[in-house]
Ligand binder design. Structure first.
Ligand SMILES: [Zn+2]
Length: 314
């Protein structure tokens, strides 16, 4: 059996800071979670918080080589631990998320912390630096615009359920730059263990595409100007899962059969991409539940992670 999730992936990844527009920064890391920042006239908006305050401080040290503006807003694209637990390091005046994200942190943030720490220990740099769960202080359900000054706005949009039930994207309409969170990945596998596959693969991705971005920073993978291709890849991954898992489910097969079929269909194109083997058991398990009519994703715990892994990756 392969090492559990990403617990065997301990090699440090190379981080790349890219200035993707005037005062717009993206830090990517060979398939590790991406983060970003947007300069307003007299403050900063940071996008995503990393897994620990220590990891976040390393990112902020790099950002500080370019700007010393104070951080007014920290935007969290969704509730996952590796995206939010570094929040305290930013010292932001306002922490923004979708209302569902705040509710999810309250409902299952603790279990998600333990689950993700077990799955991806390397991302939890200095785990003792996490002070506990940090809750968003400003939430919305549809759309929120942040005035950057000089007639520029950063728009935060909820485009439907997808990777979670509270995903938001950050959109710079003038520069046509999109921070997509985990709704779109660029040459990295999808994690769908908390997803709404049918909604994500249809209306939600349609709305992402309709923004008309020229530059996209996905949840993982490099900054891309081939936005259409990244969205198509994300949709294709979901559609293959829906087709293969749906077929096994529809004929009364087993979860293991569904996993094997999805793995065989996805691996030729996506098997070499970051976190593919790690994610697939959790993905198939959630999709199976979704097809069973389980509306909200079941909470992942460290114990449930191991049970699903042992069942499917054996
Ligand atoms: Zn996520």
């Amino acid at each position: 059996m392969p090492a559990f999730a990403s617990s065997g992936d301990l090699e440090e990844k190379q981080q790349t800071l890219e200035i993707v527009g005037d005062g717009v920064y993206a830090l990517t890391a060979e398939g590790d979670p991406n983060v970003g920042a947007i300069e307003a006239d007299d403050f900063l908006v940071c996008f995503e918080a990393m897994a620990t305050p220590t990891a976040a401080r390393q990112w902020l040290a790099r950002l500080r080589e370019h700007t010393d503006k104070p951080i007014r807003y920290l935007v969290l694209s969704h509730y996952h631990a590796v995206r939010v637990l570094g929040a305290s390091a930013f010292g932001a005046d306002v922490i923004v998320s979708h209302a569902n994200t705040r509710a999810l942190i309250e409902e299952r943030g603790q279990q998600d912390w333990e689950s993700e720490y077990g799955r991806m220990p390397r991302l939890f740099k200095d785990p003792g630096s996490i002070p506990g769960l940090t809750l968003p202080t400003l939430t919305f359900t549809d759309r929120l615009a942040i005035d950057l000054g000089g007639g520029r706005f950063l728009e935060l949009h909820h485009l439907g359920r997808g990777h979670t039930e509270g995903d938001i994207v950050a959109w710079l309409p003038d520069e046509r730059i999109l921070f997509a969170g985990d709704l779109v990945e660029a040459r990295a596998a999808l994690y769908t263990g908390d997803a709404f596959h049918r909604e994500w693969s249809t209306t939600t991705l349609d709305r992402v595409a309709a923004l008309g971005a020229r530059t996209l920073i996905g949840g993982r993978g490099p900054v891309t100007r081939e936005v259409g291709a990244a969205i198509r890849q994300t949709r294709d991954f979901l559609e293959v899962m829906l087709r293969e898992v749906g077929a096994a489910h529809g004929r009364g097969g087993t979860l293991k059969e569904a996993f094997d079929a999805a793995h065989a269909a996805l691996a030729p194109r996506y098997g070499g991409w970051p976190i593919f083997e790690h994610c697939l058991p959790f993905n198939v398990s959630r999709l199976w539940d979704e097809l069973d009519g389980v509306e909200r994703p079941i909470i992942w715990t460290a114990e449930r992670d191991r049970a699903v892994w042992d069942l499917l990756q054996s």
